[in-house]
Design a protein around this ligand. Structure first.
Ligand SMILES: NC(=O)c1ccc[n+]([C@@H]2O[C@H](COP(=O)([O-])OP(=O)(O)OC[C@H]3O[C@@H](n4cnc5c(N)ncnc54)[C@H](OP(=O)(O)O)[C@@H]3O)[C@@H](O)[C@H]2O)c1
Length: 393
C-alpha cells in the first residue's frame, strides 16, 4: 500500500536504544506508527510512552508489573501482557511491519526469534541473540523473507559499505572500538577499577550492561561474532581497530586493496534512523561532520593484555560450536555480579575464562540446545564466583 505509515513494535522501549528509537519516531510522525511496546520493570516511563504513542499492545516483565502499569493507565483501552509469552506476542503483533529488538541480553532472544518467525523485518540492536543463535536467526529470516537490519553503529557501518556489493570481493571487515574508559589506565590498576569508573564511557551513553562490556571490550568481541553471522564472514576476515574518536564506525577492505569506511557523528540516532528508513535516507537534525575540527583520526591494534575478555571472545569466535553461548552466558552473569558489587572488575575475566575452560563444546541443533548450554553455564558461573568469594573470606 502506497504511503501507509510503517508500523513498529519496539522491544526494550524504556532503554537507551528504545528511547532513541522513539526520538526518531517523534521526528517522523507522518511515517511511523507504534503498534507495540515492550519493557522490563520501568512501568513509569512505559506509561508515559503509552500516553504519547498509543500502541495497541504492551508487555512487561511480570504479572505484578502488569498490574502496576494497569493502575497507572487507568481506563485507557490497551492490551497488557507479561513475561516471555507477552514479549513474543508484541514481537509477532499482527499489525507490526518492523520490530526493533533492543532488550538487553539473552532475554531478547525468544522475542527476536518470534519476530522473524512471523515474517517481520528486524532492526537488531540485541547483539546477544546473534551471538548465541546466529545460524538460527539467519535460517528463520531466509525462510520467512524477513530482512535483518543492524542497529549497532559498527554493523550499520559495514551494512552501508556493503550495500549492493558482492560478498565474494571482501578481503577483511574492521569494526572500530573507542577503547572505553580504561584505554590508557596503567595495567596494574585495571583489576581494581570500580563500577562508577567502568560506567563512565568517554563517547557513548548506553545501558549499564553494554557500558561495562565496552570497558572490558567484551562488547567488541560480541560484535565480531554478531558480524560473522550478519555478513556471512569467516572469523579470519574480521578485525577490530581501536579508534578513540569514534567517528569511523567500520571499514571494509576489498580484494583489490580498496577500503571503504563509514563515518558519522557519535550518536546512536543515526544508525537507528537508518535501520528504520532503510533503504531510504531521511534528513536528520544533526550538524554535518566537520573533519577539519576533528583534525586527526587515530587507529591502534587491540592490546589483549589490557582487554583479555576481548581475547576470549576472539577465541570463542574461532572455535565456534557452543563456545559463543558459553561466552555470552558467563559474561552476562559476571557483569551482573560486578554491577551488584559482588565481584571485582578483574574477576569478570576470571569467571568467563573458567566457564570457557570447563566447557565441552558441542554442535547446537536448535533453540533447546542453545538454552541448555546457556542454563548450564549460568549455573557454573554462579558457583564459581561463590567459590571465589568463599576462598577470599
Ligand atoms: N545503547 C547503545 O548505544 C547500544 C548500541 C548498540 C547495541 N546495543 C544493544 O542494544 C541492547 C539494549 O541496550 P541498551 O543500552 O538500550 O540497554 P538498556 O538501556 O539497559 O535497556 C534495556 C531494555 O531492555 C529491557 N530489559 C532488560 N532486561 C530485560 C529482561 N530480562 N526482560 C525484559 N526486558 C528487559 C529494559 O527494561 P526496563 O528498563 O523497563 O527494566 C530496557 O527497556 C543490548 O543488547 C545492547 O548490547 C546498545
Amino acid at each position: 500500500m502506497k504511503n501507509r505509515k510503517k508500523r513498529l513494535a519496539i522491544l526494550g522501549s524504556t532503554g537507551s536504544i528504545g528511547q532513541s528509537t522513539l526520538d526518531v519516531v517523534r521526528r517522523f510522525r507522518e511515517r511511523y506508527e507504534v503498534v507495540g511496546l515492550a519493557a522490563g520493570r520501568n512501568t513509569g516511563l512505559l506509561a508515559e510512552q503509552i500516553s504519547e504513542f498509543r500502541p495497541e499492545i504492551v508487555a512487561v516483565k511480570t504479572e505484578s508489573h502488569a498490574r502496576k502499569l494497569r493502575k497507572r493507565l487507568g481506563r485507557r483501552k490497551i492490551r497488557i501482557v507479561h513475561g516471555e509469552d507477552g514479549y513474543e506476542m508484541v514481537a509477532a503483533a499482527r499489525k507490526a511491519d518492523l520490530v526493533v529488538s533492543a532488550i538487553t541480553g539473552i532475554a531478547g532472544l525468544k522475542p527476536t526469534l518470534a519476530a522473524l518467525k512471523s515474517g517481520k523485518d528486524l532492526a537488531l540492536a540485541n547483539k546477544e541473540s546473534m551471538v548465541v543463535a546466529g545460524s538460527l536467526l539467519r535460517k528463520l529470516a531466509a525462510r520467512s523473507g524477513s530482512q535483518i537490519i543492524p542497529v549497532d553503529s559498527e554493523h550499520s557501518g559495514v551494512f552501508q559499505c556493503l550495500a549492493g556489493r558482492d560478498r565474494k570481493f571482501i578481503r577483511k571487515v574492521y569494526l572500530t572500538a573507542s577503547g572505553g574508559p580504561f584505554l590508557r589506565v596503567p595495567l596494574e590498576e585495571l583489576a581494581g577499577k570500580t563500577r562508577a569508573e567502568a560506567l563512565k564511557h568517554p563517547r557513548w551513553k548506553m545501558g549499564r550492561k553494554v557500558t561495562i562490556d565496552s570497558a572490558t571490550m567484551m562488547n567488541k568481541g560480541l560484535e565480531l561474532i554478531e558480524a560473522r553471522w550478519l555478513f556471512s564472514l569467516q572469523p579470519e576476515q574480521l578485525g577490530v581497530l581501536i579508534h578513540p574518536q569514534s567517528i569511523v564506525h567500520a571499514l571494509v577492505e576489498f580484494c583489490d586493496g580498496s577500503v571503504l569506511a563509514q563515518m558519522s557523528q557519535t550518536d546512536m540516532r543515526i544508525p537507528i534512523q537508518y535501520a528504520l528508513s532503510y533503504p531510504e535516507r531521511w534528513e536528520a537534525p544533526l550538524p554535518s561532520l566537520d573533519l577539519t575540527e576533528i583534525k586527526s583520526l587515530e587507529f591502534y591494534p587491540v592490546d589483549e593484555k589490557r582487554f583479555p575478555l576481548f581475547g576470549l571472545a576472539r577465541k570463542a569466535l574461532a572455535a565456534g560450536l557452543s563456545f559463543p553461548v558459553v561466552l555470552n552466558a558467563a559474561n552476562e552473569v559476571a557483569v551482573q555480579a560486578f554491577l551488584e558489587g559482588k565481584i571485582a572488575y578483574g574477576e569478570i575475566f576470571e569467571v568467563v575464562n573458567h566457564c570457557l575452560g570447563r566447557h565441552r563444546p558441542r554442535a547446537l541443533a536448535g533453540l533447546e540446545d542453545i538454552l541448555a548450554v546457556d542454563r548450564e553455564t549460568r549455573s557454573q558461573a554462579q558457583h564459581y564466583f561463590r567459590d571465589l568469594k568463599g576462598n577470599k573470606a
